[in-house]
Design a protein around this ligand. Structure first.
Ligand code: SAM
Length: 236
């Protein structure tokens, strides 16, 4: 499998995240309500076994390390378009799960441009990364082809509201959370809002379901939701 080696710039979502490797782990917990709970719930709904695992958007490796613990014999492919993020994940894995790191491939590339081999994975997963993709249908079709029969695709992400009014309420509650004492500064909120306006593409749940089913996935479900954030599970 190979990803196009295009260095991210600050004009891309990956460029934004690549420039904040040191602050990411603190910021994400202050800017995403229930970040830890969401990751724990995502793990709840992953299959009991998976020999070949693909993670899209590993970031600093928070889900990646949990995957290494969950699947101690699996081979992993971690994808991110920010080289700085891939390096952090590799370092953390090397220290915490050296055997898993040796069975891991770290792919620098955009989800939209991956050359995925057919039936190469038993599980594809992702946490708050896919909302950076405009054409989710194309990515879902590529993932369907890259997954083996009877495998799973489960992801946590930021979803659009079912109506504009619902999205507005979710957005308002998110900003209130950011402004709670100890969470984000106004400068951080401004930066998050600029990033969202430039790079985020929120897709409502029913559109995710339609695109996943059109790609061939079945038993699509939303197993957890908290305002903008949701967990979607699908079977291949
Ligand atoms: C919000 S972070 C999520 C990181 C981690 N999964 C977590 O839950 O904390 C999103 C990650 O996706 C990567 N990313 C965003 N858009 C991408 C794209 N189109 N292709 C590949 N990586 C992308 C960013 O570089 C970043 O590391």
């Amino acid at each position: 499998m190979s990803g196009e080696r295009r260095p991210p710039s600050e004009t891309t979502a990956a460029g934004y995240f690549g420039g904040m490797v040191d602050s990411y782990d603190s910021l994400i917990r202050r800017a995403v309500p229930s970040y830890e709970e969401m990751t724990a719930r995502l793990l709840d709904y992953l299959p009991a076994d998976a020999a070949r695992v693909l993670e899209l958007g590993c970031g600093t490796g928070n889900l990646s390390l949990a995957l290494a613990a969950r699947y101690p014999r699996a081979a992993f492919t971690f994808v991110d378009a920010a080289p700085e993020m891939l390096e952090v994940t590799r370092d953390r894995l090397e220290r915490a799960y050296p055997a898993a790191e040796r069975r891991s491939e770290f792919v620098l590339g955009r989800f939209e441009e991956l050359a995925l081999s057919a039936a190469a994975f038993d599980l594809s997963t992702s946490s708050i990364s896919l909302h950076h993709v405009v054409d989710k249908g194309a990515v879902y079709r590529a993932l369907f082809g890259a997954l083996a029969p009877s495998s799973a695709f489960c992801f946590a992400d930021q979803l659009g509201g079912g109506t504009e009014a619902v999205h507005e309420i979710n957005w308002k509650r998110w900003l209130e959370f950011c402004r709670e004492p100890g969470n984000c500064s106004e400068a951080e909120i401004e930066s998050l809002l600029e990033h969202a306006a430039a790079h985020d593409h929120y897709t409502p749940l029913r559109e995710h379901i339609r695109l996943l089913e059109a790609a061939g996935f079945r038993s699509v479900d939303c197993v957890w939701r908290n305002w903008i954030w949701g967990i979607v599970t699908a079977e291949r």
